[in-house]
Design a protein around this ligand. Structure first.
Ligand SMILES: NC(=O)c1ccc[n+]([C@@H]2O[C@H](COP(=O)([O-])OP(=O)(O)OC[C@H]3O[C@@H](n4cnc5c(N)ncnc54)[C@H](O)[C@@H]3O)[C@@H](O)[C@H]2O)c1
Ligand SMILES: Nc1nc(=O)c(N)c(NC[C@H](O)[C@H](O)[C@H](O)COP(=O)(O)O)[nH]1
Length: 212
């Protein structure tokens, strides 16, 4: 059965040794200024921006585009299966609409945010994609982190994968990478469709290869 879902672009920045943050999981500037400008455009051109609760707890991002009004900003989506999102998180400010997606057994609510419940232990991404499409979301930007990106690949929900490779080494065997989770038995094969130098780093753009 074909499901109608948004076009999904995964975007992240990794170091030249394949890490998206340090072992302390604290936010680290990996992108060049040129890449940050591209990320801003990508956010602007997306109907919604999605991150996992791990990213919110580590980075406390705004997930907005500076200069855009509440109505113009993309919908902010946080995957939070166990209801850990603090009321003080910046994604709950009044700069944009926010949707918190949690599991069916989580009864938590948040002031000023809409809550959607789907899935048992983890948010059911396929169901979420259908629901987002039904409410008019046609383009979705997934900004991380590693667990969430891995789930999108695992569920075959990625249309485009953009990874900026910053010219630095951070090391650390437990530092997060673009696709953490439990790993796949079979690789997700990609086609390299573009590459571009952006300041002191390289932007790689891939599309998953549909083997069927
Ligand atoms: N460099 C970058 O581009 C970039 C971007 C974003 C985050 N980060 C870094 O990534 C780290 C956070 O990543 P992370 O992997 O710990 O957390 P994450 O942001 O991927 O969130 C994972 C959590 O989301 C929840 N979740 C609910 N449903 C899920 C589902 N279907 N699939 C997966 N998770 C689901 C679970 O509680 C899970 O633990 C931080 O260190 C942050 O700084 C880097
Ligand atoms: N593209 C990108 N390059 C980086 O070097 C980096 N560290 C992130 N990290 C993503 C993470 O989620 C950040 O927290 C938000 O990019 C900050 O988002 P805000 O501007 O506060 O909305 N993303």
């Amino acid at each position: 059965m074909i499901i109608m879902r948004p076009f999904v672009t995964v975007n992240c920045a990794m170091t030249a040794d394949g890490k998206i943050a340090s072992v302390l999981r604290k936010q680290m500037r990996i992108s060049s200024a040129e890449d940050l400008a591209r990320v801003k455009e990508l956010r602007k051109n997306s109907d919604a921006i999605l991150v996992g609760i791990g990213t919110v707890l580590s980075d406390d991002p705004h997930l907005t585009v500076k200069g855009l009004s509440y109505e113009e900003n993309p919908l902010r989506i946080v995957l939070d299966g166990r209801g850990r999102l603090p009321e003080t998180a910046r994604v709950l400010d009044d700069l944009a609409e926010t949707l918190i997606v949690t599991c069916e057994n989580c009864s938590k609510t948040w002031a000023g945010a809409e809550v959607l419940r789907t899935g048992r232990d983890k948010v059911n991404l396929t169901d979420l994609m259908e629901k987002l499409y039904d409410r008019g979301i046609r383009t979705l930007m997934v900004e991380g982190g590693g667990e969430v990106i891995s789930s999108f690949f695992e569920n075959g929900l990625v249309d485009k994968y953009c990874v900026f490779v910053g010219s630095m080494i951070i090391g650390g065997r437990t530092a997060p990478t673009p696709a953490d989770g439990n790993g796949f038995e079979q690789p997700v094969n990609l086609k390299l469709v573009d590459y571009k130098i952006l300041g002191n780093g390289l932007l790689l753009t891939y599309e998953p290869v549909n083997d069927l």
